[in-house]
Design a protein around this ligand. Structure first.
Ligand SMILES: Cc1cc2nc3c(=O)[nH]c(=O)nc-3n(C[C@H](O)[C@H](O)[C@H](O)COP(=O)(O)OP(=O)(O)OC[C@H]3O[C@@H](n4cnc5c(N)ncnc54)[C@H](O)[C@@H]3O)c2cc1C
Length: 414
């Protein structure tokens, strides 16, 4: 593999990290953010962004919302500006298929037979939707890319009934967008209490009531038996024998990290590229960021893979500083948001299993509230629907205590 021709003339310089070449595999939120962060911190070496998609980087959150509802195409979700186009080398429409490590750096091998040589490599290959084996038929969709969203939108133009398989956040957002587009929707979910692990039972129950009020039927505790159709999907049969008409089906049953391409390259992989707290893998000079990374959390002593927009930015900051041998940034607590109907749901921190929250502002009945987990003065997690200022204040508080706890943990082990 090391005989593969290299397309770069720059010799990797391992001496000064601020001038050494960097190859970033995965040209999306985490990859582009790492590149930008490096430049912002004074890196002047060559940065090459390698991306499997033909598109320049774009933002994924609007794919299940604005793109489906408002007919937005590529432009409003684009992430790059003119400066990015000249600041970095772009190798788009090419997939990395492996990495060779050697004394001078690393060769990232591409599927067109070329390679990119760099002193440092950042793995930012994200995740892909899990799907149901053997289901590949017009009208059956998964949602990860802009192309997926445009295909789904085309399907939704037919109207009728949509079956969403899986009541995770992407599934719930699609259900909300399809409802807004005039479709009737059934969500089919295998577990009895979807969302309870992430939001806690009380708030998960509230979220189901929001969907019910918007006319969405939620069928829990039931699996899909078959997806039926000849030229195109027509119906879905559930394990209990019920047949649901389906003009479109969306499979939203989670995502798998894109790591296989590097499996033969000596990387430690276990449901994501394993990294230390600063996103460094066990291979010197190789970092992993975003949805493909499982990053060590010293407080819980576990590796955690977070599929959230804010985590991709946090990883980018961490990896860039570590690469440049700068002190790490402050820690932030996990954060994500989800837009469903006219609600913005925000979650910060880790919700303790089995605990019920205190509602410190508003109430669930009005769909406007701030809910706190743990001590109200020392919260460990906060969930808000439409709770702007209070949520922001509590989020800062949780971020500060997360940073204090992590700093204490590091000092204890020095
Ligand atoms: C529909 C949808 C809605 C979302 N909504 C929200 C939300 O409301 N709130 C929130 O907090 N988060 C949301 N997210 C999550 C958020 O978008 C992701 O966490 C974020 O996109 C992760 O960025 P990433 O760069 O790590 O991965 P990705 O965005 O998946 O990018 C990885 C890139 O790597 C490329 N790639 C993969 N393999 C290779 C290879 N071998 N070689 C080269 N390139 C490769 C892929 O083509 C892709 O472009 C949503 C995600 C989706 C899919």
């Amino acid at each position: 593999m090391s005989g593969t021709p290299s397309d770069t003339t720059a010799e990797p310089s391992l001496g000064d990290p601020s001038t050494a070449s960097v190859a970033i595999v995965g040209a999306s939120l985490a990859g582009l953010s790492t590149a930008r962060e490096l430049r912002a911190l004074g890196h002047t070496g060559e940065i090459t962004l390698i991306g499997a998609e033909d598109h320049l980087p774009y933002d994924r959150p609007p794919l299940s919302k604005a793109v489906l509802c408002q007919g937005v195409t590529s432009a409003p979700v684009g992430l790059t500006d003119d400066e990015d186009l000249t600041a970095f080398r772009w190798r788009l429409g090419l997939s990395a298929i492996g990495i060779d490590h050697h004394a001078a750096g690393h060769d990232v091998l591409l599927d067109d037979g070329t390679s990119v040589t760099a002193a440092t490599v950042v793995l930012a290959t994200g995740a892909r939707p899990r799907t149901l084996i053997g289901v590949d038929m017009p009208g059956v969709h998964t949602l990860r890319t802009l192309d997926d969203a445009l295909e789904l939108r085309e399907s939704m133009r037919r109207g009728g009934h949509m079956v969403v398989i899986g009541a995770g956040f992407v599934g719930c957002e699609v259900a909300s967008s399809a409802t807004a587009a005039g479709m009737s929707v059934t969500i089919v979910e295998a577990s009895e209490a979807p969302g309870a692990a992430l939001l806690g039972a009380r708030l998960a129950h509230w979220l189901h009531s929001v969907h019910a009020r918007h006319g969405v039927t939620l069928r829990t505790g039931t699996a899909i038996e078959t997806i039926n159709g000849t030229a195109r999907v027509e119906s879905v049969t559930l394990a209990d024998g019920t047949e649901l008409r389906a003009d479109a089906v969306v499979i939203g049953i989670g995502a798998l990290p894109n790591t296989e391409w590097a499996a033969a390259s000596g990387m430690a992989i276990d449901r994501g590229f394993l990294t230390d707290e600063q996103c460094a893998t066990a291979v010197a000079g190789v970092y992993a960021v975003g949805d493909c990374a499982r990053v060590y959390n010293p407080i819980t002593a576990t590796h955690v893979r977070q599929e959230h927009w804010a985590a991709a930015l946090d990883h980018a900051r961490r990896a860039a500083r570590s690469l440049l041998r700068l002190p790490p940034p402050k820690c932030t607590a996990p954060y994500f948001w989800s837009d469903q109907y006219d609600l913005r749901l925000q979650v910060c921190g880790t919700i303790p299993a089995g605990q019920s929250p205190s509602i410190v502002e508003g109430n669930l009945e009005s769909d406007r509230f701030v809910a706190v987990y743990g001590d109200v003065d020392e919260p460990v997690a906060v969930v808000a629907a439409g709770g702007g200022r209070t949520f922001t204040r509590l989020r800062k508080h949780i971020d500060r205590s997360e940073d204090r706890r992590r700093t204490a943990q590091v000092l204890e082990h020095q």
